[in-house]
Design a protein around this ligand. Sequence first.
Ligand code: K1U
Ligand code: ZN
Length: 184
Amino acid sequence: MRLLDIHVLGSPVLRQETTPVAKVTDELRRLIDDMFATMYAARGIGLAASQVGRLERLAVIDVGESPLVIVNPEIVRHDGSAKAEEGCLSIPEVFGEVERAARVAVRALDHDGREFELDASELLARCLQHEIDHLHGRLFIDYLSVLKRRSALSKWERERKQYPENIRKLPPSEIADHNPGGEL
Ligand code: K1U
Ligand code: ZN
């Protein structure tokens, strides 16, 4: 298992559209394992491929229930709306309230390339929407009002100095520290 570098705001890959995965191969499963290790090490609840500089359309999620892999995810139904604070591993220390669908149904392929559908609400619904947005080059700050976005970006201008070349490197000691799902 390897810890991957996380691309932060300013890295062009975060704004790119990802490419649908044609087949879930062993190489892709290794990437998925590395993404879980990286997400746990960074204390996140989700991580999309573009955040680690890859353009395959896939993300990993663990909101404390069980680890979830979504390959080629699509929101097939949504309803209601809910507002809550979000953060992003690619914009550390910046937070903002985002209104999203309260419930979503997502269709995707799993770790073995099998199609499944999932109904989600609460934090899982929010995290699914946040990760699927990443896969289309969208970030939570895009939803903030002009004033809140300006303030988020000014905070980020101070924070970003810690990330030369728009890369966030995780300390290797983090690898075994945090693994809520027992996945590693
Ligand atoms: O994709 C990412 O950048 C991961 C991001 C996902 C996310 C956070 C909050 C709402 C929706 C999606 C994070 O995990 S940032 C870390 C964080 O804010 C958080 C961690 C644990 C519980 C709740 C939030
Ligand atoms: Zn994010």
